[in-house]
Design a binder for this molecule. Structure first.
Ligand code: PLP
Length: 239
């Protein structure tokens, strides 16, 4: 009989092997890619199971859902185990919910306007380390709605880099769903080029947050440093 815990462990193991293989194909060090477990819609016991299997980095899309799971795990775990978890916010941002994000999360990947970034910076507790942030870029132009246009990235990046309680770490994208591998590669490569250009202007961004369950190997071959994987770890979401 296979338990839930064993299934999760086996899936995580498979993903680590696939990340490793993709890194080798791309002549990259296997530890240059961090795996984020996208736990949206998953109950807290699934996060605890993933934690028991060694996964300590989780990503959530919805503020209330994410914060209530963070509170559940804070109560369920010894303080040092809870502190070892890194929480990433990857969902759409609303200005009336920035305070909770600024308090509970370590990273935010979905910054797409200055007003949100300014609020997060103002609301980040002075006793916490700066919030680590990425700008979300719309790399698929008219085929997608969320994120900044590539032409808007430069101005926002320089503005965000000056906010005192944020550390600008890089760029994030969600390309439109497509079976066209060459197109997908071009979308990921665009994000990498945008990041490299900004670094040449004096910014120092080390992060490319790109790649999900169905395309993370291509993303790694194109330079991803963080892959955000939900379904391939936890199974289909039951919403
Ligand atoms: C849901 C989600 C993911 C994970 O998607 P899977 O296909 O389940 O791996 C990654 N990134 C974002 C922004 C998401 O909303």
């Amino acid at each position: 009989m296979t338990t839930q815990q064993e299934r999760l462990q086996a899936r995580l193991h498979t993903i680590h092997e696939r990340i490793h293989a993709a890194c080798l194909r791309a002549n990259r060090s296997p530890d240059s890619v961090q795996l984020l477990a996208v736990s949206k819609t998953q109950p807290a016991d699934q996060l605890l199971a993933a934690l028991a299997a060694g996964q300590t980095t989780f990503a959530e899309n919805y503020v209330q859902e994410g914060c209530s799971k963070i509170a559940e795990l804070r109560n369920a775990l010894p303080a040092d185990q809870f502190r070892a978890i890194e929480w990433h916010f990857i969902g759409p941002q609303q200005s009336n919910k920035t305070r909770a994000v600024a308090q509970d999360f370590t990273w935010v990947h979905s910054i797409d306007r200055l007003k949100i970034a300014e609020r997060l910076s103002e609301q980040r507790d002075i006793h916490l380390p700066p919030l680590q942030v990425c700008l979300q870029v719309n790399v698929s132009s008219e085929a997608s709605k969320s994120g900044l246009a590539p032409t808007e990235v430069e101005a926002l990046a320089h503005a965000v880099a000056h906010l005192p309680r944020l550390t600008l770490r890089g760029l994030m994208c969600i390309p439109e769903p497509t079976e066209d591998e060459a197109l997908l590669r071009a979308r990921f490569a665009l994000l990498r080029h945008l990041r490299d250009n900004l670094n040449q202007q004096g910014l120092s961004m080390d992060t490319l947050s790109m790649g999900m369950s169905h395309d993370f190997e291509i993303a790694i071959e194109e330079g991803a440093t963080m892959v955000r994987i939900g379904t391939a770890i936890f199974g289909e979401r039951h919403t």
